[in-house]
Design a protein around this ligand. Sequence first.
Ligand SMILES: Cc1cc2nc3c(=O)[nH]c(=O)nc-3n(C[C@H](O)[C@H](O)[C@H](O)COP(=O)(O)OP(=O)(O)OC[C@H]3O[C@@H](n4cnc5c(N)ncnc54)[C@H](O)[C@@H]3O)c2cc1C
Length: 320
Amino acid sequence: MNWLMQPGEVPVGSNAPGSEDYIGHSAVSAPVRGKLTKDAPLDKLVWFKSGGPADYLFEPADLDDLTTFLAMQPEGTPVMPIGLGSNLIIRDGGVPGVVVRLGKAFSSVEVRRDNILECGGGAPGILVASTARDAGIAGLEFLRGIPGTVGGFVCMNGGAYGREVADILVDCDVVFPNGDCVCIPASDLGYTYRHSNLPEGAIVVSARFQGDPGDPAVIGAEMERIAAEREASQPLRTRTGGSTFKNPEGKKAWQLVDEAGCRGLTMGGAQVSEKHANFLINTGDATSSDIEGLGEEVRRRVSEKTGVALEWEIKRVGRP
Ligand SMILES: Cc1cc2nc3c(=O)[nH]c(=O)nc-3n(C[C@H](O)[C@H](O)[C@H](O)COP(=O)(O)OP(=O)(O)OC[C@H]3O[C@@H](n4cnc5c(N)ncnc54)[C@H](O)[C@@H]3O)c2cc1C
């Protein structure tokens, strides 16, 4: 049990039916060891730094804490995992139900035999890539440039420089909203470009990635090249969500946005990046409604100018 409560945090034992903190009939006495926060601000947890609160934010102490907590929630309680929030617009009305954020217990990366890395669902891409480099495992360098967690990569089929998670994932352990934990092989995830068929509310708690034997010096040089290229071409030090739209077959989204004259376009505090036209940025005080509205305006203009219907890559979640 976590006895050190922060403002807004809820001791789970007080979460009784009829009380204002009630979220489910049997959540009442869940012996949660992690941290459960009611009306938890999410804006500070996402790259755009905008959006409303989660009804509840749960940061489990470990896997057992997570499965026990979820198993005690009433059927139908919405569950949403969040990683580094690098691909998310959290709408201004906040997120219903429970948002789950994996912390330290889910952030390790360990080397196994056959060039396999065992990674916690909350481990950042840079840690995966650098652990692979140090172990002489090639093929995971592209994760160096994607600012997310293993769970986010597996969900989004994250990729760059001609490689994607579908190329390296062996299998992953997934916790469902009812608390069941199952191992899913990569072949069952229905991977396509920036998409998996991972069910809503399913939380990737660990994943195994496989590479090939390689020379750490060569792997390291490739990672440095990737980092430098990113720095030169993307607005990395801004409040953004990465590529806004998927590249349509045979086309580049940023070129279509440019063709439609949208580079630099603004709405409220949101702007189409001058540096990379497929990035939206929060210039300071943008609401999520500004950001999403600007994205929709770009889609409208691109469709009018080029006939192409851009598809959102960024996930938009929560209540408007
Ligand atoms: C500057 C910048 C550059 C980027 N470049 C790239 C790029 O080159 N290639 C690329 O593919 N993406 C890129 N992105 C987008 C983003 O980094 C990826 O989509 C990444 O996979 C998101 O990871 P995350 O952990 O931050 O997930 P979040 O943004 O927190 O969430 C994204 C989705 O993943 C789900 N999710 C998060 N954690 C889990 C989990 N543990 N289990 C199950 N589902 C989960 C969320 O529910 C949500 O649906 C970029 C973003 C930025 C800001």
